[in-house]
Design a protein around this ligand. Structure first.
Ligand SMILES: [Zn+2]
Ligand SMILES: [Zn+2]
Ligand SMILES: [Zn+2]
Ligand SMILES: [Zn+2]
Length: 384
């Protein structure tokens, strides 16, 4: 590319060549124009022909269609269905069902059998609870889980239930507290006290007035008297700065080595005096001995055992847990060209529906159900 530019810019014969080049380019542009124009006019011609044809068809179609009237309910239904479909899918001839001719039609019936079965699963669980001193019922033998007569369940989608079995209580010792009824306090690990969180057990705290330096700025040596407003403003600034400095100190005390930008040593500004509030930057902590009484056990070292409710005993009993699952089977009976996936989504008339616990009789179909459909239903229910 760079070479081409070079040729035009520096070649001594450039003027000469340039002349013939521009002639060439003009000619080529002419050629392209001609081809494009020709092509375009051909395309227009073709479009025109197509439009004419379409116009002809349209003219023919304009022979005003007459709406048809349905003679019976079945025909009415077919026309309605066709209208429903053409309204959704076509822009022209939206009311196909109203204007079309019906040549022939037929009707089929398809049956859908739906069988829902509720399955029950039982398990026995051992549950422990604190002993309350309640006398237990007379002991009974432990039976297999399905031998217990339990209340009947209603509804196909039943929730899980737990039934406590009477006469199977066992009173045993609490292992969590070793039968003592109380456990060591976990907050103080049984000591009854914790290390004072304020002084970390040192009995002394850093002085807040001098920030642990032991000295403060000596304001009395400042000669100049400050006007009232300026002084007030300085107090505000001072207290805000102090708060920020406290935050930084808090972080530094947790072991993060960051410099405190708000805390400037008063010694760098002028004369200082010993802090009036402390001894060498430290004050006594209110704990006195570096310990604080545990707030959880109040110094008792133990707390009541939650497992046995301080009785030292627990009651072990058994519960039957019943879980219910619903399983659904569907079967289509009858010949139809409509795919099953479509049929399953479609609506129909409900002929028979029942929730039963006893056996079905294959020879006694409910009213409105054909024999073969009923037999298939009974087969399905019996093979479950
Ligand atoms: Zn303390
Ligand atoms: Zn101090
Ligand atoms: Zn405690
Ligand atoms: Zn216990």
């Amino acid at each position: 590319m760079g070479d081409e530019y070079g040729q035009y810019g520096h070649d001594p014969n450039a003027a000469n060549n340039g002349q013939s080049d521009s002639n060439n380019i003009d000619k080529r542009i002419e050629d392209i124009k001609r081809v494009v124009t020709k092509g375009a006019s051909e395309a227009t011609q073709r479009l025109k022909r197509v439009a004419d044809k379409a116009g002809d068809y349209w003219q023919q179609a304009q022979t005003a269609p007459t709406p048809r009237r349905a003679d019976d309910v079945e025909e009415q239904r077919i026309r309605q269905l066709a209208n429903l479909w053409s309204n959704e899918n076509w822009r022209v001839a939206r009311e196909l069902g109203t204007y079309m001719d019906l040549i022939s039609w037929g009707s089929d019936e398809v049956w859908e059998i739906s069988l829902e079965t509720r399955w029950e699963t039982r398990s026995m669980e051992i549950v422990s609870e604190p002993y309350t001193g309640r006398t237990t019922a007379t002991p009974k033998p432990l039976l297999p889980v399905w031998d217990y007569e339990l209340p009947p369940v209603v509804g196909l989608k039943a929730p899980m239930t737990r039934t406590r079995l009477e006469g199977l209580d066992e009173i045993v010792s609490c292992s969590a507290c070793n039968g003592t009824g109380h456990a060591l306090c976990s907050n103080c690990t049984g000591r009854g006290w914790v290390v004072c969180p304020d002084c970390k057990g040192r009995t002394k705290k850093r002085c807040a007035t001098c920030r642990g330096r032991g000295y403060v700025a000596d304001w009395s040596t400042t000669k100049e008297k400050k006007p009232f407003f300026r002084k007030q403003a300085e107090n505000v600034v001072g207290s805000v700065g102090g708060k920020v400095a406290d935050v930084f100190d808090g972080i530094r005390q947790q072991g993060v080595p960051i410099p405190n930008p708000m805390d400037t040593d008063p010694a760098s500004k002028g004369p200082t005096i010993p802090c009036p509030d402390c001894v060498k930057g430290e004050v006594d902590c209110t704990c006195g001995n570096g310990k604080r009484v545990c707030e959880v056990c109040q110094g008792a070292r133990t707390i009541p055992c939650v497992t046995c409710g301080r009785t030292g005993k627990i009651v072990r009993h058994r519960e039957i847990v019943r879980r219910f699952d619903l399983r659904t089977q569907t079967r289509i009976i009858g010949e139809t060209p409509i795919p099953v996936q479509q049929l399953v989504k479609a609506n129909g008339d409900l002929i028979y529906n029942a929730e039963i616990n006893e056996t079905l009789y294959p020879e006694a179909p409910p009213e409105g159900v054909p024999m073969d459909v009923w037999r298939a239903t009974v087969d399905m229910a019996q093979s479950e």
